[in-house]
Design a protein around this ligand. Sequence first.
Ligand SMILES: O=C(O)CCC(=O)C(=O)O
Length: 244
Amino acid sequence: MVPQITDDQRAQMRELGYVVFEDIFTVDEMTDLITELEADEARMRASLAASGGESGISRADEITFNDHIAERNPLVREFTKRPEFQALCKEFIGDNVDLYWNQTVFKQPEGAREFPWHQDDAYTPVTPAPYLTLWLALNDATEENGCISVLPGSHKDGLREHHPSPIGWVGHSSDDPDQGVLAPIRAGSLICFWSLTMHKSGSNRSKGVRKAYVIQYSAYPLHRVADGELIEVEIPVLRDGIGV
Ligand SMILES: O=C(O)CCC(=O)C(=O)O
């Protein structure tokens, strides 16, 4: 279902930095996508397990980040260009948009660790910023299995100081009294937020894997803040407002 974005949602994105869009896809509409994403993730996790179980911020028995799937899989690539996403990109980014990054994030059952509070911009600051993250639930994301929490309004003061941890940058303490708001969503729903919106995910205390496909879109052209270099991305999504 292509979202008809309301004035309230525009205002919420502007003021709070995130909007939940419920039931954008049915599970049937995601069946082929999920098959491809799961197969790709299984290959990645097998090779991770064979080489010691850890690489970067992925842990085979805890949480895996499997990126650039659309770049190697035509079905996934086509999915990232769906009209549902184009509508959000056009609304929140503009007429010239690229797929900036895409990754699955699978959280294994009964894991105790949260994925820490951070702004996505902390990983690689880019300009123009912020870009847009669409966190698509491939299965129901609940408080029990480690759904996303967001810190409303945290996008307003730019990039905050982050410090490194074994599982990624941390920009807000898990001991801070403000632990934001939980955003549990059904499979096929998505959380739309800015790359400057502070977010985290909880521990997966359930018996199943929590599965998300995280798709990030940026304005074209895009440059790295550190050296001003143009970031070459492979997958254009909109040019002059038209899907490509
Ligand atoms: O899905 C998760 O558990 C966390 C993902 C996340 O925060 C991210 O990809 O930036």
